[in-house]
Design a protein around this ligand. Structure first.
Ligand code: MRU
Length: 372
C-alpha cells in the first residue's frame, strides 16, 4: 500500500479543476484510484441504464474480467483501465514476471481498440527500466497521468468539433451518432459526444439521433442515458433507420468515435459504422470521426486490417437484457439459430469527411502525418 501523501500529490498534480460529467446529478469520472492506491473504482456499465453501480477492482484478474465483460468499455477507457491494471498488478507483485504477465493478459483481454495496447505498452516500457521496489508508486503516477491527459484531450476535441457544428446554419442541428463515444467510453467528456456537450453548453439548438447499436445496445443504454443526464434533446432510433432520415434531410451530419485508425485514415469502429458512412456519402452528409491520436495505429495502413476484429459471443445477439415488470434486471432469449457477432467494422478513409483529434481537424489521409 502507498501513503495518502502520494495520493494527495497525484490529485494536486493531475486532478485539479476538472469538471466531470453528470450521472444522477453528481459529477463523476468513469474510473479513479482508491486512497490507499490498492485498486480503482469503476462505473459498472453492464447495469446501465437501469442501475448506476460502482465497483472496486483490486487485482489484475478483476481488471481483465472488467475489460472482457465490458463493465468498462470504449477505446480510451479500456486503455486507461489497462494502465491502472498494470499499477494494481505491480502493487501486488512488482517483479519482472508480474509486469510481463500483466502486459500480456491486459492486451489480450480486448484485441481491437489500439488504445489498450498503446497504454499498456507505454506503462511497460517505462516501468521495466525501474527497480522493482519503485515500480508500483511510479505505475500509479503514470496511470493517473494517462487518465488525466485523456480528460484534457477529450475536452480539446470538444472545442475543435464545436467549430464544425457551428458552421451548420439551421434553426435546429440534427446529429446522428452510433454506439457510445461519450464520457462513459473515456475518463470524461467523451470523443464524439464531447463537441455535442460543448455545443449544447454554448446554446446551439441541437438534437441527437442515437443509433440503438445492436447487439449490445451501447447507443440506447449508454449514449441515450448520458444525454438524458445532461438534458440534451435526443431520440433513439433503430440501427436501420438512419438511411431514411438522411434521405428526408433530417440528419445534418454524423459523428462517431474510433477504436483504431490507420495512418491513412481508415477507421475501425463499432459494427454498423461503415453502413452509416456509406449512407452519409450517398446523401452528401458530412461524416466526422472524433478520436485521440492514441487511436492511430502507426503499423496500420490501407483498408485491409491485419489486426484482430473481435468476434463476440453469439448470445449477445440471441439474448436481450432489460428490466422486468418487478424492476429486476433480466435476460430473455430472442433467437435459437446460431449467430455470428463481429463487433467492429472498417470505414474506408474515402467515406470520412474529417477526423477531429486533440491537435485539430484533419483530412483522414493526413492523420498519420499529425503524429510525425
Ligand atoms: O465495444 P465497445 O462498446 O467498447 O465499442 C465502443 C466503440 O466502438 C466506440 O465507438 C469507440 O470505442 C470509440 S469510444 C470513444
Amino acid at each position: 500500500m502507498l501513503s495518502t501523501d502520494i495520493v494527495d500529490t497525484l490529485v494536486t498534480i493531475f486532478g485539479g479543476g476538472v469538471r466531470f460529467m453528470l450521472a444522477e446529478g453528481k459529477h463523476y469520472k468513469t474510473i479513479w484510484p482508491n486512497k490507499a492506491l490498492s485498486g480503482v473504482t469503476i462505473i459498472d456499465q453492464t447495469y446501465l441504464p437501469f442501475e448506476f453501480k460502482l465497483s472496486e477492482l483490486t487485482s489484475l484478474d478483476e481488471v481483465v474480467e472488467a475489460i472482457k465483460f465490458m463493465r468498462v468499455r470504449g477505446a480510451p477507457l479500456i486503455g486507461v483501465t489497462g494502465a491502472y491494471g498494470i499499477a494494481i498488478a505491480l502493487t501486488n507483485n512488482s517483479n519482472d514476471q508480474s509486469l510481463a504477465n500483466a502486459k500480456k493478459k491486459l492486451i489480450e483481454s480486448r484485441p481491437t481498440a489500439v488504445n489498450l495496447s498503446w497504454a499498456v505498452t507505454l506503462m511497460f516500457d517505462q516501468l521495466k527500466k525501474e527497480v522493482s521496489s519503485n515500480r508500483a508508486s511510479i505505475a500509479w503516477m503514470l496511470a493517473e497521468k494517462i487518465a488525466n491527459e485523456d480528460i484534457k484531450i477529450n475536452q480539446t476535441i470538444g472545442e475543435f468539433g464545436y467549430k464544425l457544428f457551428h458552421k451548420v446554419k439551421k434553426p435546429q442541428i440534427n446529429i446522428l451518432t452510433h454506439c457510445n463515444a461519450g464520457w462513459l467510453a473515456t475518463v470524461d467528456y467523451g470523443t464524439a459526444l464531447s463537441p455535442i456537450y460543448k455545443a449544447f453548453k454554448e446554446g446551439l439548438n441541437i438534437h441527437v439521433w442515437v443509433d440503438e447499436t445492436r447487439p449490445r445496445n451501447q447507443g440506447m443504454s449508454l449514449t441515450a442515458w448520458e444525454l438524458e443526464q445532461e438534458n440534451i434533446p435526443h431520440t433513439i432510433i433503430t440501427d436501420n433507420a438512419g438511411g431514411l432520415l438522411m434521405q428526408r434531410g433530417e440528419v445534418d451530419f454524423v459523428i462517431v468515435g474510433a477504436d483504431r485508425i490507420s495512418i491513412d485514415g481508415n477507421v475501425c469502429n463499432k459494427i454498423g459504422t461503415y453502413l452509416k458512412a456509406l449512407a452519409a456519402k450517398a446523401h452528401n452528409i458530412p461524416f466526422y470521426v472524433a478520436a485521440p491520436l492514441s487511436s492511430v495505429d502507426l503499423s496500420y495502413h490501407g483498408e485491409n486490417n491485419l489486426f484482430d476484429i473481435e468476434c463476440r459471443d453469439e448470445d449477445e445477439i440471441l439474448k436481450v437484457k432489460g428490466m422486468d415488470s418487478s424492476n429486476n434486471l433480466t435476460e430473455v432469449k430472442i433467437g435459437y439459430s446460431s449467430a455470428y457477432n463481429p463487433a467492429f467494422d472498417i470505414t474506408p478513409a474515402k467515406y470520412v469527411t474529417k477526423i477531429i483529434c486533440e491537435k485539430g481537424i484533419y483530412n483522414p489521409g493526413d492523420i498519420g502525418k499529425v503524429l510525425e
